[in-house]
Write a protein that binds this ligand. Sequence first.
Ligand SMILES: [Fe+2]
Ligand SMILES: [Fe+2]
Length: 321
Amino acid sequence: MCMGQVENFVDELACLRRSFRKDDYGPVAAKAAPHPGVVRQGFNLLGRGLTRLVAAADRSLEWLHLLPKLDEERLSRLILSNHAVSERERVREAIGGKVEAPWYVRGVYDILCLLIDVLFENRPIQRFWFLETVARMPYFSYISCLHLYESLGWWRAAAELRKIHFAEEWNELHHLQIMESLGGDQLWFDRFVGYHSAIVYYWVLVLLYVASPSLAYTFSELLEAHAVDTYGEFLDANEPLLKSLAPPLVAAEYYRSCDLYLFDEFQTSNATPRTPPLENLYDVFCAIKEDEGEHVKTMHACVDSSLVAGLAARKDLPRRV
Ligand SMILES: [Fe+2]
Ligand SMILES: [Fe+2]
Protein backbone atom coordinates (compact mmCIF):
# COMPACT_ATOMS: atom_id res chain seq x y z
CA MET A 1 0.00 0.00 0.00
CA CYS A 2 1.54 3.38 -0.99
CA MET A 3 1.77 6.45 1.31
CA GLY A 4 -1.04 8.24 -0.53
CA GLN A 5 -3.43 5.34 0.08
CA VAL A 6 -2.52 5.22 3.78
CA GLU A 7 -3.11 8.99 4.14
CA ASN A 8 -6.42 8.65 2.30
CA PHE A 9 -7.49 5.84 4.65
CA VAL A 10 -6.49 7.90 7.73
CA ASP A 11 -8.47 10.91 6.44
CA GLU A 12 -11.54 8.80 5.65
CA LEU A 13 -11.42 7.14 9.08
CA ALA A 14 -11.27 10.57 10.76
CA CYS A 15 -14.25 11.75 8.65
CA LEU A 16 -16.21 8.61 9.55
CA ARG A 17 -15.52 9.08 13.27
CA ARG A 18 -16.56 12.76 13.14
CA SER A 19 -19.72 11.79 11.28
CA PHE A 20 -20.78 9.42 14.08
CA ARG A 21 -19.72 11.74 16.91
CA LYS A 22 -21.62 14.71 15.47
CA ASP A 23 -24.53 12.59 14.17
CA ASP A 24 -24.24 14.13 10.69
CA TYR A 25 -27.15 12.15 9.28
CA GLY A 26 -29.65 12.98 12.08
CA PRO A 27 -30.71 16.44 10.78
CA VAL A 28 -30.77 15.10 7.18
CA ALA A 29 -33.20 12.30 8.16
CA ALA A 30 -35.40 14.73 10.10
CA LYS A 31 -35.56 17.08 7.10
CA ALA A 32 -36.30 14.27 4.63
CA ALA A 33 -39.37 13.12 6.60
CA PRO A 34 -40.73 15.74 9.03
CA HIS A 35 -43.77 13.54 9.86
CA PRO A 36 -42.46 9.95 9.72
CA GLY A 37 -44.77 6.94 9.81
CA VAL A 38 -44.45 4.18 12.41
CA VAL A 39 -42.02 2.06 10.35
CA ARG A 40 -39.78 5.03 9.55
CA GLN A 41 -39.88 6.14 13.20
CA GLY A 42 -38.68 2.68 14.16
CA PHE A 43 -35.79 2.85 11.70
CA ASN A 44 -34.92 6.36 12.89
CA LEU A 45 -34.82 5.21 16.52
CA LEU A 46 -32.66 2.23 15.58
CA GLY A 47 -30.33 4.45 13.54
CA ARG A 48 -30.00 7.01 16.34
CA GLY A 49 -29.27 4.28 18.89
CA LEU A 50 -26.60 2.74 16.66
CA THR A 51 -25.02 6.15 16.00
CA ARG A 52 -24.76 6.86 19.74
CA LEU A 53 -23.39 3.41 20.39
CA VAL A 54 -20.64 3.78 17.76
CA ALA A 55 -19.85 7.35 18.98
CA ALA A 56 -19.54 6.07 22.58
CA ALA A 57 -17.30 3.21 21.42
CA ASP A 58 -15.15 5.67 19.47
CA ARG A 59 -14.72 7.93 22.54
CA SER A 60 -13.80 4.90 24.67
CA LEU A 61 -11.20 3.71 22.13
CA GLU A 62 -9.78 7.24 22.02
CA TRP A 63 -9.68 7.40 25.83
CA LEU A 64 -7.80 4.07 25.86
CA HIS A 65 -5.34 5.54 23.29
CA LEU A 66 -6.34 2.87 20.77
CA LEU A 67 -7.51 5.57 18.36
CA PRO A 68 -5.86 8.99 17.87
CA LYS A 69 -7.54 12.20 19.10
CA LEU A 70 -9.82 13.76 16.52
CA ASP A 71 -8.54 17.04 15.04
CA GLU A 72 -11.56 19.12 16.11
CA GLU A 73 -10.94 18.24 19.70
CA ARG A 74 -7.28 19.01 19.37
CA LEU A 75 -8.15 22.33 17.70
CA SER A 76 -10.34 23.23 20.66
CA ARG A 77 -7.32 22.75 22.95
CA LEU A 78 -5.42 25.60 21.28
CA ILE A 79 -4.88 28.48 23.71
CA LEU A 80 -3.97 32.17 23.62
CA SER A 81 -3.51 34.44 26.62
CA ASN A 82 -4.49 38.10 26.21
CA HIS A 83 -2.05 39.00 28.96
CA ALA A 84 0.83 37.19 27.23
CA VAL A 85 0.09 39.00 23.94
CA SER A 86 0.09 42.39 25.76
CA GLU A 87 3.35 41.48 27.48
CA ARG A 88 4.92 40.52 24.15
CA GLU A 89 3.83 43.85 22.71
CA ARG A 90 5.24 45.70 25.73
CA VAL A 91 8.62 43.95 25.35
CA ARG A 92 8.75 44.67 21.59
CA GLU A 93 8.07 48.34 22.21
CA ALA A 94 10.63 48.47 25.04
CA ILE A 95 13.42 47.13 22.80
CA GLY A 96 12.83 49.66 20.04
CA GLY A 97 10.05 48.08 17.98
CA LYS A 98 7.44 50.67 18.92
CA VAL A 99 5.30 52.04 16.10
CA GLU A 100 5.28 55.80 16.58
CA ALA A 101 1.73 57.12 16.31
CA PRO A 102 -0.19 60.22 17.48
CA TRP A 103 -2.11 59.71 20.74
CA TYR A 104 -5.53 59.66 19.05
CA VAL A 105 -4.46 56.94 16.57
CA ARG A 106 -2.91 54.95 19.41
CA GLY A 107 -6.07 55.46 21.49
CA VAL A 108 -8.33 53.99 18.79
CA TYR A 109 -5.89 51.10 18.36
CA ASP A 110 -5.86 50.37 22.13
CA ILE A 111 -9.67 50.39 22.29
CA LEU A 112 -9.85 48.02 19.31
CA CYS A 113 -7.36 45.63 20.93
CA LEU A 114 -9.34 45.69 24.18
CA LEU A 115 -12.54 44.88 22.29
CA ILE A 116 -10.86 41.94 20.51
CA ASP A 117 -9.50 40.66 23.86
CA VAL A 118 -12.96 40.74 25.44
CA LEU A 119 -14.83 39.21 22.49
CA PHE A 120 -12.39 36.43 21.71
CA GLU A 121 -10.97 35.44 25.10
CA ASN A 122 -9.66 31.84 24.88
CA ARG A 123 -10.91 31.50 21.28
CA PRO A 124 -7.73 31.95 19.22
CA ILE A 125 -8.94 30.59 15.87
CA GLN A 126 -12.10 32.76 16.03
CA ARG A 127 -9.96 35.73 17.01
CA PHE A 128 -7.69 35.16 14.03
CA TRP A 129 -10.72 34.78 11.75
CA PHE A 130 -11.99 38.17 12.97
CA LEU A 131 -8.55 39.78 12.61
CA GLU A 132 -8.10 38.46 9.07
CA THR A 133 -11.61 39.58 8.10
CA VAL A 134 -10.88 43.18 9.09
CA ALA A 135 -7.19 42.98 8.03
CA ARG A 136 -8.19 42.98 4.35
CA MET A 137 -10.15 46.22 4.64
CA PRO A 138 -7.25 48.73 4.75
CA TYR A 139 -5.98 47.41 1.43
CA PHE A 140 -9.44 47.66 -0.12
CA SER A 141 -9.64 51.24 1.22
CA TYR A 142 -6.22 52.24 -0.11
CA ILE A 143 -6.91 50.70 -3.54
CA SER A 144 -10.29 52.52 -3.70
CA CYS A 145 -8.67 55.87 -2.93
CA LEU A 146 -5.72 55.33 -5.29
CA HIS A 147 -8.17 54.27 -7.99
CA LEU A 148 -10.10 57.51 -7.45
CA TYR A 149 -6.90 59.60 -7.62
CA GLU A 150 -5.96 57.86 -10.87
CA SER A 151 -9.44 58.32 -12.34
CA LEU A 152 -9.30 62.02 -11.54
CA GLY A 153 -5.89 62.18 -13.21
CA TRP A 154 -4.13 63.24 -10.00
CA TRP A 155 -1.61 60.44 -9.46
CA ARG A 156 -1.15 57.75 -12.09
CA ALA A 157 2.24 56.71 -10.62
CA ALA A 158 0.25 55.02 -7.83
CA ALA A 159 -0.57 52.09 -10.13
CA GLU A 160 2.45 50.15 -8.82
CA LEU A 161 1.40 50.88 -5.23
CA ARG A 162 -2.08 49.53 -6.02
CA LYS A 163 -0.46 46.29 -7.17
CA ILE A 164 1.40 45.90 -3.84
CA HIS A 165 -1.79 46.59 -1.86
CA PHE A 166 -3.70 44.08 -3.98
CA ALA A 167 -1.01 41.44 -3.30
CA GLU A 168 -1.28 42.23 0.43
CA GLU A 169 -5.06 41.88 0.32
CA TRP A 170 -4.70 38.59 -1.61
CA ASN A 171 -2.37 37.39 1.15
CA GLU A 172 -4.85 38.38 3.91
CA LEU A 173 -7.63 36.64 1.96
CA HIS A 174 -5.68 33.38 2.16
CA HIS A 175 -5.04 33.87 5.88
CA LEU A 176 -8.80 34.26 6.21
CA GLN A 177 -9.51 31.11 4.19
CA ILE A 178 -7.06 29.17 6.38
CA MET A 179 -8.96 30.33 9.50
CA GLU A 180 -12.25 29.34 7.87
CA SER A 181 -10.87 25.89 7.09
CA LEU A 182 -10.09 25.59 10.83
CA GLY A 183 -13.68 26.53 11.76
CA GLY A 184 -13.05 30.14 12.84
CA ASP A 185 -16.30 31.41 11.31
CA GLN A 186 -18.72 28.85 12.72
CA LEU A 187 -20.54 31.12 15.18
CA TRP A 188 -23.21 33.45 13.80
CA PHE A 189 -22.23 36.09 16.39
CA ASP A 190 -18.60 36.09 15.25
CA ARG A 191 -19.63 36.47 11.61
CA PHE A 192 -22.03 39.29 12.53
CA VAL A 193 -19.34 41.18 14.46
CA GLY A 194 -16.62 40.46 11.87
CA TYR A 195 -18.53 41.51 8.75
CA HIS A 196 -20.06 44.63 10.30
CA SER A 197 -16.74 45.71 11.79
CA ALA A 198 -15.13 45.21 8.38
CA ILE A 199 -17.64 47.54 6.67
CA VAL A 200 -17.19 50.26 9.33
CA TYR A 201 -13.41 49.84 9.25
CA TYR A 202 -13.34 50.15 5.44
CA TRP A 203 -15.12 53.52 5.46
CA VAL A 204 -13.16 54.88 8.44
CA LEU A 205 -9.92 54.09 6.62
CA VAL A 206 -11.17 55.59 3.34
CA LEU A 207 -11.85 58.86 5.18
CA LEU A 208 -8.56 58.67 7.06
CA TYR A 209 -6.62 57.95 3.84
CA VAL A 210 -8.24 60.90 2.08
CA ALA A 211 -7.33 63.14 5.05
CA SER A 212 -3.84 61.72 5.66
CA PRO A 213 -2.38 58.63 3.94
CA SER A 214 0.51 58.52 6.42
CA LEU A 215 -1.90 58.37 9.42
CA ALA A 216 -3.86 55.59 7.72
CA TYR A 217 -0.64 53.64 7.06
CA THR A 218 0.46 54.23 10.68
CA PHE A 219 -2.79 52.73 11.96
CA SER A 220 -2.28 49.71 9.69
CA GLU A 221 1.31 49.36 10.88
CA LEU A 222 0.09 49.27 14.49
CA LEU A 223 -2.41 46.52 13.70
CA GLU A 224 0.01 44.47 11.60
CA ALA A 225 2.60 44.65 14.41
CA HIS A 226 -0.11 43.49 16.83
CA ALA A 227 -0.83 40.56 14.48
CA VAL A 228 2.87 39.56 14.58
CA ASP A 229 2.79 39.59 18.41
CA THR A 230 -0.46 37.62 18.53
CA TYR A 231 0.66 34.93 16.08
CA GLY A 232 4.08 34.76 17.78
CA GLU A 233 2.49 34.16 21.19
CA PHE A 234 0.08 31.61 19.71
CA LEU A 235 2.96 29.68 18.11
CA ASP A 236 4.96 29.58 21.34
CA ALA A 237 1.97 28.57 23.48
CA ASN A 238 0.82 25.75 21.19
CA GLU A 239 3.95 24.46 19.44
CA PRO A 240 3.66 20.68 20.15
CA LEU A 241 -0.08 20.62 19.43
CA LEU A 242 0.26 22.62 16.21
CA LYS A 243 3.08 20.35 15.05
CA SER A 244 0.75 17.34 15.46
CA LEU A 245 -1.89 18.82 13.13
CA ALA A 246 -1.94 18.64 9.33
CA PRO A 247 -1.83 21.85 7.26
CA PRO A 248 -5.15 22.80 5.61
CA LEU A 249 -5.39 22.27 1.85
CA VAL A 250 -5.96 25.98 1.20
CA ALA A 251 -2.58 26.75 2.83
CA ALA A 252 -0.82 24.26 0.56
CA GLU A 253 -2.59 25.68 -2.50
CA TYR A 254 -1.45 29.21 -1.62
CA TYR A 255 2.11 28.71 -0.33
CA ARG A 256 2.90 25.89 -2.79
CA SER A 257 1.20 27.40 -5.83
CA CYS A 258 3.05 27.12 -9.14
CA ASP A 259 2.24 30.83 -9.57
CA LEU A 260 3.83 32.76 -6.69
CA TYR A 261 3.68 36.11 -8.46
CA LEU A 262 1.30 37.73 -5.96
CA PHE A 263 3.01 36.07 -2.98
CA ASP A 264 6.33 37.65 -3.96
CA GLU A 265 4.73 40.96 -4.86
CA PHE A 266 3.96 42.06 -1.28
CA GLN A 267 7.43 41.15 0.11
CA THR A 268 8.78 44.61 -0.42
CA SER A 269 11.77 44.16 1.91
CA ASN A 270 12.86 40.68 0.77
CA ALA A 271 15.39 40.36 -2.03
CA THR A 272 15.34 36.53 -1.81
CA PRO A 273 11.95 34.89 -2.49
CA ARG A 274 10.44 33.09 0.53
CA THR A 275 9.39 29.43 0.32
CA PRO A 276 7.91 28.60 3.75
CA PRO A 277 8.03 24.95 4.91
CA LEU A 278 4.55 23.41 5.15
CA GLU A 279 4.80 20.12 7.02
CA ASN A 280 2.18 20.86 9.68
CA LEU A 281 -0.10 23.54 11.12
CA TYR A 282 2.82 25.06 13.06
CA ASP A 283 4.58 25.79 9.75
CA VAL A 284 1.39 27.37 8.40
CA PHE A 285 1.11 29.76 11.36
CA CYS A 286 4.85 30.54 11.11
CA ALA A 287 4.31 31.50 7.44
CA ILE A 288 1.34 33.68 8.41
CA LYS A 289 3.37 35.39 11.14
CA GLU A 290 6.17 36.09 8.65
CA ASP A 291 3.63 37.47 6.17
CA GLU A 292 2.36 39.84 8.88
CA GLY A 293 5.97 40.91 9.51
CA GLU A 294 6.25 41.78 5.82
CA HIS A 295 3.04 43.81 6.07
CA VAL A 296 4.53 45.78 8.98
CA LYS A 297 7.63 46.63 6.90
CA THR A 298 5.56 47.59 3.86
CA MET A 299 3.24 49.80 5.93
CA HIS A 300 6.25 51.45 7.58
CA ALA A 301 7.82 52.10 4.18
CA CYS A 302 4.52 53.63 3.04
CA VAL A 303 4.45 55.96 6.09
CA ASP A 304 7.90 57.42 5.39
CA SER A 305 7.43 57.31 1.57
CA SER A 306 10.57 55.18 1.06
CA LEU A 307 8.44 52.58 -0.74
CA VAL A 308 7.04 55.16 -3.14
CA ALA A 309 10.57 56.23 -4.09
CA GLY A 310 11.46 52.67 -5.16
CA LEU A 311 8.24 51.86 -7.01
CA ALA A 312 9.66 52.47 -10.48
CA ALA A 313 12.68 50.21 -9.79
CA ARG A 314 10.37 47.37 -8.62
CA LYS A 315 8.95 47.03 -12.13
CA ASP A 316 12.22 45.47 -13.35
CA LEU A 317 12.59 42.91 -10.52
CA PRO A 318 12.48 39.21 -11.61
CA ARG A 319 9.25 37.36 -10.67
CA ARG A 320 8.48 33.68 -9.86
CA VAL A 321 5.74 32.70 -12.29
FE1 LIG B 1 -3.20 38.26 7.98
FE1 LIG C 1 -1.66 41.49 7.92
